[in-house]
Write a protein that binds this ligand. Structure first.
Ligand SMILES: Nc1ncnc2c1ncn2[C@@H]1O[C@H](COP(=O)(O)OP(=O)(O)OP(=O)(O)O)[C@@H](O)[C@H]1O
Ligand SMILES: [Zn+2]
Length: 666
């Protein structure tokens, strides 16, 4: 048998043969940032360590949970509650003695991970699980001009997207669907599906009882504005007011007299509130009315539906009669299930009877109340918090019973309330492999070889590789011009930064005399008619390290300049300038001139999906601020927005009939 070369080289024999000596030689020096050490992150860390990447920074904000262990194989039971980044780095370091892994237990959005920090990497690999963090890393990579490989999995599906500024779409070029929302009144008065009851328990009841004491009136104001039933809104307002008493009871030590706090909550939400809603006869003309539940009656087994009040044998009655204990899905039995077990066996997957749900409601409410009394200020839903999950399971099932909707097992509630699609280790492994392949193309600068790769549920074609699409010209992230200033935030003013970055007037080749508006994220800090903030320091405006100032040309002729805010270097002399401007100054490219309207829409083959309104437009009109404003809904100062400000009409779809004086924005 031929002898493999020994020594340190034997380990890399295959990798070197496949990658070639040039790329392989560079890997040991390549600085990689891996964001996320979860399902994909663990697989990916193993891959890059074994491939020969030599300098890896691994960042994750979380600690290890027991439920991670089925797929996040770098962790063991003894590691539960420890930092994911630290444990993953320790385990994976042992796979290859030549690797240096720097673990960071932190949030990638923290200010110290600023543009200069990102610029220190040759490539960034995302292994995240949420849109917000993904968008943040995408923007930082655009600002730092570092290639990024973005990825995600959902059950059997997965995707890898290589991103390189100006050559391909960034993560934000294509708007992402916003999570499904439901009308307030469906959730609060007229649920018809299990998910409506789960959302009610998780996002309404739980915050009302265990969250911050705040007025929920805003949501109802909005519903009213949207034309929802005024009488119903008035009833819901009264209902919300009445929460004060039960909130207080939950926070008061039980003195052993009077009804328990859990019973008070039950009677309010499953009895009185339902009676109130029933009094609105109009509402129940075309839909089955809900049934008020009777706490003592259910516990004693005496609870029966009042046929006089509910003459129709509606869905509520059917649910109450429906005894199903044989499966984990959608069953709800009426009787008690002996000793908390069922034919189905597994505790979390069994169908809960009405009495089971009442018992679970009481015990979980008491557990949560005890936590409040022992010092926890607020408790919000977390799928891994057993007390919270029990509460949401029981409360949503009780509401379902009241409304004649099928119930859900604890397991199903966890999936639905946590928006969880069960993770599949194999999909994560395939995606992690594909990320490395795309990373090689980026490191070789073989841009023509880059592909968006999808793992799909198609036995005939489980993988699809799609050619890269050029950036969306309207993208409010990658079409902007990025620059950076270093400054002493306490000394430098907004005017100094803005005028410094714009430079001289147009005669001297700068943008200095143009009318601009300045934003920090969604906050407007100044515009040509409003300069109150210009003499204020960045610190006083809460414009801190890691944030961006967006300088938007009011004429819309030049691309927006995004100024990343950094701090002065440690060796900067104390009496030195408070501001270091970029050199050369940024030169944003001109925007495409506004085109005359073509009479027909562009051919469908080249038409991009119209960006989602939520992505591009603020729900509220732009708001002037003294720097400490409430955060309005996100928006990116975009071309579309500016055109609207210019008085142009924006069309929802290209199919809308065009008026004569409308300019079509391409
Ligand atoms: N802003 C962030 N900064 C750093 N790490 C983040 C950030 N947001 C998410 N993460 C990390 O990204 C990882 C994503 O991994 P994964 O999708 O497997 O989620 P998980 O939390 O491990 O598992 P599950 O959600 O299924 O319980 C998590 O470890 C999470 O802590
Ligand atoms: Zn983009």
């Amino acid at each position: 048998m031929p002898k493999l070369p020994g020594g340190p080289d034997g380990r890399s024999l295959h990798a070197r043969a496949i990658l070639g000596p040039e790329l392989y030689g560079r890997l040991s020096e390549t600085k990689v940032l891996l964001v996320g050490a979860g399902g994909i992150g663990c697989e990916l860390l193993k891959n890059i360590v074994l491939t020969g990447f030599g300098d890896i920074t691994l960042l994750d904000l979380d600690t290890i949970d027991l439920s991670n262990l089925n797929r996040q194989f770098l962790f063991k039971k003894k590691d539960v509650k420890q930092s994911k980044a630290l444990v993953a780095a320790r385990t994976a370091s042992a796979f290859n003695p030549n690797v240096k892994i720097t673990p960071i237990h932190g949030n990638i959005k923290e200010p110290q991970f600023d543009v200069a920090w990102f610029r220190g990497f040759d490539i960034v690999l995302n292994a995240l699980d949420n849109l917000d963090a993904r968008r943040h890393v995408n923007k930082m990579c655009m600002a730092a001009n570092v290639p990024l490989v973005e990825s995600g999995t959902a059950g059997y599906l997965g995707q890898v997207q290589p991103i390189v500024k100006d050559r391909a779409e960034c993560f934000d070029c294509v708007p992402k669907p916003t999570p499904k929302t439901f009308p307030v009144c469906t959730i609060r008065s007229t649920p018809s599906q299990p998910i409506h009851c789960i959302v009610w328990a998780k996002s309404y009841l739980m915050p009302q009882l265990f969250g911050e004491d705040e007025d929920s009136g805003g949501e109802l104001d909005d519903a009213e504005k949207q034309g929802e039933n005024a009488q119903e809104i008035a009833t819901l307002r009264k209902e919300a007011q009445a929460f004060k008493a039960v909130r207080a009871a939950l926070r008061t030590p039980d003195v052993g007299k009077g009804p328990s706090a859990a019973k008070m909550v039950f009677e309010k939400v499953f009895h009185s509130d339902i009676l109130n809603l029933l009094s609105m006869a109009d509402m129940w003309r075309s839909r089955a009315p809900p049934t008020p539940l009777d706490f003592e009656g259910i516990r004693s087994g005496a609870f029966v539906l009042n046929k006089k009040t509910y003459p129709e044998d509606g869905a509520a009655q059917r649910a109450l009669k429906d005894v199903k204990v044989d499966s984990g899905s959608s069953g709800m039995s009426n009787g008690s299930t002996p000793n908390g077990t069922s034919a189905a066996g597994l505790k979390d997957q069994r169908a809960l009877s009405l009495k089971d749900n009442v018992d679970l409601f009481v015990s979980s409410t008491e557990r949560l109340a005890a936590r409040l009394r022992s010092g926890e200020d607020t408790i919000s839903f977390d799928k891994d918090d057993d007390d919270a999950l029990d509460f949401v399971t029981a409360a949503s099932n009780l509401r379902s019973i009241a409304y004649g909707i099928p119930g859900k097992s604890r397991w199903e509630v966890k999936e639905m309330a946590g928006n969880i699609i069960p993770a599949i280790a194999t999909t994560n492994a395939i995606i992690a492999g594909l990320i490395v392949l795309q990373a090689f193309h980026l490191l070789r600068k073989s841009y023509n070889a880059l592909r968006n790769v999808h793992v799909q549920f198609k036995p005939t074609m489980p993988l699809s590789a799609i050619n890269m699409t050029p950036p969306n010209q309207n993208c409010g992230v990658c079409r902007d011009t990025y620059t950076e200033v270093l400054c002493d935030l306490a000394r430098v003013t907004l005017r100094e930064v803005v005028e410094g970055v714009l430079g001289d007037g147009e005669d001297a080749g700068g943008l200095g005399e143009r009318d601009v508006s300045v934003y920090e994220h969604t906050r407007m800090l100044s515009d040509p008619d409003w300069d109150d903030n210009l003499e204020r320091t960045l610190e006083s405006l809460n414009v801190t390290r890691g944030k961006f100032l967006s300088i938007v040309d009011d004429e819309g002729e030049f691309a927006t300049i995004q100024v990343a805010i950094g701090v002065l270097p440690p060796n900067h002399p104390a009496d030195g300038s408070a501001l270091i401007l970029p050199s050369p100054l940024p030169t944003p490219p001109p925007r495409k001139p506004k085109k005359a309207m073509p009479s027909t829409p562009p051919p469908t083959g080249t038409k991009r999906a119209a960006p989602d309104d939520d992505e591009l437009e603020p729900a509220a009109k732009r708001q002037k601020t003294n720097g400490i404003a409430p955060v309005p809904p996100p928006f990116t100062p975009s071309k579309k927005r500016r055109l609207e400000d210019d008085g142009l009409i924006m069309l929802e779809t290209l199919d809308e009939p065009l008026e004569d004086d409308v300019i079509l924005v391409d």
